[in-house]
Design a binder for this molecule. Sequence first.
Ligand code: HEC
Ligand code: HEC
Length: 365
Amino acid sequence: MFFKGLVPKAAAFGLAVAVLSAMPGCKRAQDAEFVVGPKVKELDATLQEAVTAAVRGEFGTPSLPTTPLHADLELKEKETELRRLRHGRDLYVQQCEQCHGTSGDGNGPAAKYMYPRPRDYRAGIFKFTTTPYGAKPRRSDLLRTVDRGVSGTCMPSFRLLPKFDREAIVDYVLLLTHRGEVETRIALEAEFEEEVDSEVVPDLMDEVFTRWETAEEQEVHPLTVQPVEFSDEMVAAGKEAFLTKGCAKCHGEDGRGMTKDNLGKDAWGFATKAADLTSGHLHGGAEPIDIYRRIISGINGTPMPGFRTILQQEPESIWNLVAYVKHVAGQRRAGNVPVPGAFRKDTPESGTLDVAAVGDTAAAN
Ligand code: HEC
Ligand code: HEC
């Protein structure tokens, strides 16, 4: 038998795969094809076909997914990893696909009316990371999002799934995001060269995978130690920084955010607005370190800039800002409901907000 000699965990997993594959919910993946990405669609039919074939050669299809990351594994290890990937695929189809789509394009049948929209993984851009602005997330960042969900959005928590399953799903999400990025690179190259040169494909893939690999070593640590307590003095100093360092320009003086869509589009092409910090739902997590990382590293793909350059000379300001954000975020719970009203009086008209000079936005993804 195939599993003979493997650890019990893997055997149990094999059983799970067998059971899952027999379930009707998994049928769709058997028939599905990955949707062609936007850059490929711009090419003529012959080039489209060539790009699609090259990408399929590296990443397979939804029914038989694979990844170049397994290329150097020993046969036996490769088989184990492939089974794990298919297990991740099956779970993805059951738990994620309705929102994130078969290809991870964020366009599943349930996605249309959601704000924010489910993530389109194909651009390789993720918001809630522990890495610097513009860097890829670490694997553990994706796992954390799957564990916690994104509070205040449609993204649920999957904490109740066994750890092994969550890990397998993340592997599959990584496949989809790597695939999307590689597809775009090959399409751009094809547009330029008017052919798909199979000798260049490994280099293009290398560029993508290297950035993911380096991100693993790039965890952002606070510049100063986290205070034991967030005192009223810190909240007051944080408010002062909030008003003087540019935060209020986007979030409003009271942190409620601008209710008008005056910040343009995000990296995925959807209208965006500054977060309402009083909503009680901090999307990127409510722990002080989560808030700290949002401030120092910004939020990839959105207008929220990183403030490392501006604040590294006065690192205590960052913890003060965290204190203020925590304070503002906890107000509703404390019964201090902010004054209602759909639009703020001091909201500038669409497009008039000058935020270009604020923060670290140059090193976009
Ligand atoms: C009901 C819809 C829905 C389902 C089901 C769902 N998601 Fe999401 N997901 C979202 C939305 C909406 C966002 C965007 C949140 C944001 O931008 O703040 C998101 C964002 C994400 C992100 C990006 C986080 C970041 O840092 O940018 C990941 C990763 C993710 N989801 C993984 C999953 C996985 C894996 C599953 C299945 C186990 C899943 N999602 C199921 C709606 C969903
Ligand atoms: C150029 C406009 C802009 C500026 C300036 C700005 N922000 Fe933001 N901020 C945003 C946007 C847009 C989001 C929402 C990103 C998203 O889509 O998730 C955000 C999100 C956040 C979040 C995350 C909220 C959550 O749900 O987890 C925090 C915390 C935050 N901002 C704090 C600050 C602080 C503190 C400053 C000043 C040091 C600041 N922001 C400056 C635009 C801005």
